[in-house]
Design a protein around this ligand. Structure first.
Ligand SMILES: NC(=O)c1ccc[n+]([C@@H]2O[C@H](COP(=O)([O-])OP(=O)(O)OC[C@H]3O[C@@H](n4cnc5c(N)ncnc54)[C@H](OP(=O)(O)O)[C@@H]3O)[C@@H](O)[C@H]2O)c1
Length: 270
């Protein structure tokens, strides 16, 4: 069995992003992938759309792959089939469940060869994801290569200590939603200033994209880039002064801390 065969338990948005990424740039064929979910439509739909195998049972799913990717909702872990304990013996198990720590995963997958907890984000859908991940024990070179194949197909990845996962998830896992909110606010500001909504939307989203690219390409500190476009007594400064007066940074800081706190809370739910 190929170590690079992946079985997906859960076939919703995140599983679909991973499957799409693997097929697009992971050098993986549909025959190397399989999926299974609950009684809803997602697994048959994913299999029909991508040509991957729809497993008829959990046993069939796990037998087909060296790696099981767990991608259902965190609340569904408590009701997971107890047979998974034996079916994942000797397998690499990679969970993307928010807030479910490695010790909790080990209760459901006690005999797994290795356990990984990862937090991808939705830009993974277009290969521009950022995944933070950690493992229960140091990975073998082969398992590390498998993890690199999966997350490399989604964009970039960063291994972090498990103690940092709640914080990392708050920044990169939730970050896209915070930026979409920023984009909507920038658009609404443009509308308030008199722009037609479609014009405001185009200006806001292209600006966000261009600024993000500039940040990534230059590798510069964002504050330095901000300084470069802020002239004394200019219009940017007029706007930034208002952001500071309304404590924009403090709001974002509280936003990240609230998301981190929710992750900690979720880790205490069964
Ligand atoms: N979205 C994100 O940005 C993001 C980022 C990082 C991590 N995650 C994590 O990714 C996971 C999935 O999120 P999502 O956005 O992909 O959710 P989703 O689109 O709602 O998909 C949930 C999947 O779970 C399946 N499922 C339901 N009951 C099941 C069961 N008993 N056994 C196996 N599968 C079952 C559903 O299948 P049916 O069609 O059969 O109901 C569906 O395929 C979550 O744990 C979340 O924390 C998400």
């Amino acid at each position: 069995m190929s170590a690079h065969r992946f079985a997906f338990l859960g076939a919703g948005n995140m599983a679909a992003a991973m499957v799409d990424g693997l097929l697009a740039k992971g050098g993986i064929a549909p025959a190397d992938l399989s999926c299974r979910a609950g009684s809803g439509p997602t697994a048959p739909a994913l299999a029909a759309r991508t040509g991957i195998t729809l497993a008829g049972s959990l046993a069939e799913l796990t037998a087909s792959a060296g790696t099981l990717v767990v991608a259902f909702k965190p609340q569904q872990l408590a009701g997971a089939d107890p047979a998974l304990a034996a079916l994942t013996a000797g397998k690499l198990v990679i969970s993307v469940l928010a807030g479910k720590r490695l010790a909790r995963l080990a209760q459901t997958f006690p005999a797994a060869r290795a356990l990984v907890w990862a937090m991808p984000n939705t830009p993974a859908r277009i290969g521009a994801g950022m995944t933070a991940w950690c493992s229960r024990a140091p990975l073998s070179p082969a398992d590390r290569a498998t993890v690199d194949t999966l997350f490399g197909a989604l964009g970039r990845a960063l291994e972090v200590d498990e103690s940092l996962m709640d914080a990392a998830a708050a920044v990169s896992g939730c970050g896209p939603a915070f930026l979409f909110e920023f984009a909507a606010a920038l658009r609404d500001g443009g509308v308030a200033a008199g722009l037609p909504p479609a014009t405001a939307q185009a200006l806001a989203s292209e600006t966000l994209l261009g600024a993000a690219r500039l940040l990534a390409r230059t590798g510069a500190d964002p504050e330095e880039l901000r300084r470069q476009v802020t002239s004394p007594k200019g219009m940017t400064l007029a706007g930034l002064d208002r952001m500071a007066a309304r404590d924009f940074r403090g709001t974002l800081r509280e936003t990240v801390l609230a998301a981190q706190a929710r992750s900690v809370e979720m880790s205490k739910e069964t």
